[in-house]
Write a protein that binds this ligand. Structure first.
Ligand code: ADP
Ligand code: MG
Ligand code: MG
Ligand code: MG
Length: 402
């Protein structure tokens, strides 16, 4: 095919065969559209007879959940497929394997992760994943520290920075995470009762807005590492044995704290949600403890792993290699992680794109209370971030506040 066309369930099998000749001649094929995201089309093509399947993800020239009024570069699919290939190597397969990227159709044919669930869904069912901390901290260290100036030769790193300039997708983050939730913006998805609350607690709080602006400028100007760019619990496939991280179309060179902060925020929102949704006291306590331990351990294990690899991966600069510099570098990541987590929590409450953890609270009064609590806790994270230098500082802030 030499021209772009939009795939659908009737066309996607022929497309896969023409590109990859993946399926047997006597295959019993079933095609479905499984995308639940806001931006793209995702199909599963499955041969039920031989139990073989692939996923096809195609980007459209506009934002799917809004429509043609919001055009968006389809080149993001090339960024996504390139990043998947880089991260596949850096992490020893903790992302889906890409079988083929097609530049004309802006689509990626990749491994079907049938044995996994989206982590947000799993956590909302109160599942726990004992291997998660070790696996996600490996993922973070291997994708972020290893693509930073700490490790990479500086000219090679700058070539990567250039390759992963992703202005349209960065603009979405700059607007939806760092700007619009902090004023009465048109695109905000905000219940009426939150408007006066936000006016009083956020929109008129000049000191808070200043801190959010500093964090936004860090996002825009700190080309620290090759980020995933959207590392929330909806971008992580998980089971009891493994994780696979998907959906890196927002990838660019940005602050390490942006990836870690998104993850931490989404764990915290699940914690607040569990408190008001779970009716079984034993299960509730167990799950909430698990979530706080996970927040704490992700941060502390991340620091430990950084400190451990630091002298090995920093090759040729004595100062960079020193434990004092390592501490300075990681402290800065901690502080900004807390700040990013706060921004992510606020934007998921009143911004355009919400999360099921909060919106799915069935009891209306509890939903309203939890949304407000989430915003106030987020403010604490932003305003007190300079004191957050260990995993227990995140946990204590949550415990003291809730
Ligand atoms: P979007 O960019 O539109 O958010 P995602 O990459 O997040 O798209 O995919 C949307 C959904 O499609 C995921 O939540 C998941 O349910 C499913 N999906 C995506 N990639 C795979 C895969 N490799 N294997 C199985 N399911 C997938
Ligand atoms: Mg082709
Ligand atoms: Mg997604
Ligand atoms: Mg996406």
């Amino acid at each position: 095919m030499n021209e772009f066309y939009q795939l659908d369930v009737n066309k996607v099998y022929d497309y896969v065969q023409q590109e990859l000749n993946f399926f047997h001649e006597d295959a019993d094929i079933e095609c479905s559209e499984i995308g639940d995201g806001n931006l793209n089309l995702v199909f599963r093509v499955k041969d039920k007879k031989h139990n073989k399947s692939v996923i096809v993800k195609q980007s459209l020239p506009y934002v799917r959940c809004v429509g043609e009024d919001w055009p968006l570069s389809i080149g993001r699919s090339e960024i996504e497929s390139k990043l998947l290939e880089i991260e596949y190597k850096l992490t020893n397969g903790k992302v889906p394997e890409v079988y083929k990227f097609d530049k004309i159709m802006y689509s990626t044919i990749m491994e079907d992760l049938t044995d996994y669930v989206i982590m947000r869904t799993g956590l909302l069912e109160y599942n726990q994943y004992p291997k998660f901390v070790d696996q996600i901290t490996d993922f973070i260290v291997n994708t972020l520290i290893l693509t930073s100036d700490v490790v990479m030769e500086h000219k090679e790193k700058k070539a990567y920075v250039k390759e992963f300039i992703n202005p349209q997708l960065c603009e979405i983050t700059e607007d939806l995470v760092y700007s619009e939730p902090f004023f009465d913006a048109k695109r905000n998805n905000i219940p009426d009762y939150m408007i006066t609350f936000m006016e009083k607690n956020v929109w008129n709080d000049k000191a808070l807005i200043l801190e959010v602006t500093k964090l936004k400028f860090d996002f825009m100007n700190n080309a620290q590492a090759l980020l995933h760019g959207d590392l929330h619990t909806g971008s992580i496939f998980i089971n009891q044995d493994n994780i696979k991280v998907i959906d890196p179309e927002f990838a660019f060179y940005g602050p390490i704290a942006y990836d870690i902060g998104a993850l931490i925020a989404n764990l915290i929102m699940n914690y607040l949600s569990t408190d008001v949704r779970c009716n079984d006291t034993g299960l509730k306590n167990k799950h909430m403890t698990y979530l706080l331990d996970t927040v704490k351990d992700v941060m502390d294990v991340f620091r430990d792993k950084c400190m451990k690899i630091w002298p090995e991966v920093v090759k040729d600069n004595m100062v960079l290699r020193s434990p004092d510099f390592a501490k300075y570098y990681i402290d800065d990541i901690f502080v900004n992680t807390a700040g990013v987590a706060g921004c992510e929590m606020i934007r998921r409450t009143v911004g355009l794109a919400h999360v099921a953890d909060l919106d799915g609270i069935e009891d209306e009064i509890k939903r309203e209370e939890t949304r407000k609590l989430n915003v106030l806790l987020a403010k604490e994270f932003i305003m007190k971030r300079n004191d957050i230098l260990e995993g227990k500082d995140f946990v204590n802030l949550i415990k003291n506040f809730c």
